[in-house]
Design a protein around this ligand. Sequence first.
Ligand code: PLP
Length: 447
Amino acid sequence: MTADSLAPAPEALAATDRARLVHPFLPAAQDKRVVMVEGEGCRLRDAEGRTYLDATAGMWLCQVGHGRAEIAEAAAAQMRRLEYATTFWDFTHDRAVALADRLVRLSRNGQGAAERVHFTSGGSEGVEIALRMARNFHHRRGQTERTWILTRTGSYHGAGYASGEVSDFPCYTTGFGPHPGRVHRLTAPYPYAMGLDPEQITDLLVDELEAAVASIGAHRIAAMIGEPVQALGGMIAPPDDYWPRIAEVLRRHGILLVMDEVVTAFGRVGHWFAADRMGVRPDLTVLSKGLTSGYFPLGAVLMTGRVADVVTGDGGFPVGHTYSGHPTGCAVAMANLDIIEREDLLAAADRTGARLAAELATLRGLPSVGETRQYGLMAAVEIVRDSPTRDPLPEGTYALADEIRDRTGVLVRGGPRALTLAPPLVMSDAEVTEAVAGIAEVLSGFH
Ligand code: PLP
C-alpha cells in the first residue's frame, strides 16, 4: 500500500483543515481548500487528481522545479549522518562552513563581494537580523543615534516585528496597537503607476532621498532597505541608474544599504544576485527562497568584511536562532545550487523571461490590461479598472488569480495591482505558452 492510498479522502482533509489549521490571509468562514499532494517540474497535483501549472514557483522560490529526487536524497543522507547541530558559540559543522564559503564565492563573481554569512530560517528572520546588524554596526562605533530605517512604498520584507514595520502592507501594521516606528518611507520607482517615463524617475527619487536625509539627519539613520525588484508590490524593476545612484547617496551619508534579495537571488533575474546585474554593492544582503528552492526553510544574511568586523567584535554578534545553519538545510542548499549551476539556470531565466515577456505582450490590447512587464523571470500583468486613468481594481487582483487557477489550472499570484508570475527557472516554452493562454482565457472575458 502506498502512502498516498493511506491518505484521508480529499473532503476529510479539507474538513480537518477547516477545523484545525490557521492559514495566513484566509477567513475561517471560507469553505474552499486546494489540497496539494504532489509536484513534478512545473506541475502540481491536488488530492482530487487535478493538475496545475505552477507559474508562481510555489511562493517564488522553486528555481529548480518540484520533485527533484537528488535534493530529497541529499536531505535524507544528511539526516542519517547528522540531522541537526548548532552554530552557536564555538560549535560548527561541515555543511554550514561549506555553504557559507560557497555563498561568499558566488558573491565575488559579481559585485556583491560579501565576506561573511549568518544563517537564518527564512526571509523575515533574515530581515530582522540585517536590520539589527545595521543598527548594531553604528551602535558599536559610538553612533548610537543612528536608529532610523529608510524603506519604500510597495515594499514587502516579511512578517516579523521589524520586517513587517518596514514593509508597506497595512495588514502588518494595523490591528496590533502601537508599533515600533522610526521608519521613513520613500517612494519606490513605479513608472506605470506614477505615469512617468523611467528616465524621469531617478532624479526625482534621488532628490527625495537627499531631502529625507536632510530632514531626519544623516546622523540618525542606520540603513535603507529595498528589494532590487519589488516582488509583492508587482514585479517592478527600477530604471537602470536607480540603485547605483541611491547607493552613492547612502554611502556619502554613512547609511548602510540592505538589499532584500529574498526573491531576486539565485537566478531569478539571470544572475546569482540582482545586485550584480544592477551594479551595486550592498553592505548587507538578505537571502532565502531560491537558496534551497523551498526544499527546506533556510535563509542567510551576507555582509561585507567592514560590517562583519564591527558586529562580530567584543562578545560576538549578540543574536541567534536555534535553527541557524541547520545542517539539513545547508545540505539541501548545496544540492540545489549544484542543479542551478549544472543546468545553467541563470541563462535559462533570461531566455525564458524574454519568451514570457513576448507572450504576455499579446495581452496588451485587452481593456483590463494596463501594461505587461518582465525582468529576468519575474513578470506582471498590470490590471486596471480603467485604462486611460490607470486606476487599479480597488480590491486588488487576488480574486482574479483564484479565478485563473479554478478555471484554467494555471497558478499566478494576485496582488494590490498586478497579476504576477515567477515560474520555476526550468519552465519550458510550451508551458510558458500554456500559462499565458490561461491568463488570456480569463482576462478576455473580464470587464
Ligand atoms: N522579503 C521579500 C522580498 C519577500 O518577498 C518575502 C516573502 O515573500 C520576505 C522577505 C519574507 O520571507 P519569509 O516569508 O520567508 O519570512
